[in-house]
Design a protein around this ligand. Sequence first.
Ligand SMILES: [Zn+2]
Length: 385
Amino acid sequence: MAQSSLPQILLSLLRPRLPDMLDTLRELTLLESPSLEKEPADRCCGFLANQWMLRGALVEVLKQKHRGSHLRAVWPPSASRANGQFLVLGHYDTVYPTGTLARMPFRIASGNAFGPGTFDMKAGIVQALFALEALQQSKIPFRKRIVFLWTSDEEIGSGSSRSRIETDARRSDAVFVVEPSLGPRGLLKTSRKGVGEAQLIVHGRASHAGLTPERGVNAIHELAAQIARIEKWNNLRRGVTINADIIEGGTRSNVIADRAKATLDLRAWRVSDMRSLEKRLHSLKPVHRGAKLEIHGGFDHPPMERKLAAALLARARSLGRQMGLSLGEAAAGGGSDGNFTAALGVPTLDGLGAVGDGAHSVHEHIFINTMPQRAALLAALLATS
Ligand SMILES: [Zn+2]
């Protein structure tokens, strides 16, 4: 009989753990953890800290003033023999305020586990926990130190976690992001668009629209002209988009508006496109005499370019095949914390978490049967990369 390969050994350790994985997922989902509510988020972080401590990891709770604590867990706990580092990255915060469970309870039905944050991305965290456990049981020597970093504010832009993520990414040879995969076949995410937000504020001059129109400078007219200009910068083929998604301005219908503002969504696949879009935006000049422009913001997530994922994807595919799993890849128009790590030039593979559907919606769920496989895939990547 052919010898079992490493991924097969890991999968055989993980299959019987499915009921415990689901119990852990249930507990983690019942600990609601909205990004904007510190106390419940801290409780959720405490639960995770305990789970990693139970597995013998060195656990650090990184307290935050306004957000939930971030959790950093290291295996093996002593760094002496480790040669390099892997970062397993994810977030435990969700977009659902506390009380969401009342109308969206955790439940298991027809092979799916439903509940707020199950797919994005608590099941991914659970899979990482059991991946660590399987590696410990398999007695495979650890080639590198593994750092698990679970943050509390990804859904609101990672303001309090970004520098910690970047510090650990810089020390790492690769980053594995356990954000949800894409589609029913669980595609890995090998590129993500850079994402940004900018404000375009126009200052005009107010005047009576009937008595002294010549004294006014209409900020709304100016803003409209600027929006017509930047609309032409969209290039769907290259994946460059700029959209005015919120506008405001003016006071009354007979007052020439002295102020108007547009909030712009910015996206691009390539770093070069990101830079040129920002440059164009910040060099806009007024069209109407007397109008002034004020421009703030830009890209907060640089693009995650595919070249940083290519080698890791090839490895994941080969490991997947050894478990009978055929893995595809996808590009995502939205950003994640993987954008930060890839932008530092650190190889990053994203979408290694749950398989399911309905992120940020009432029918958010994961496919239960895929949990052991995805955990085995992550464990195999950590053991062999
Ligand atoms: Zn997420």
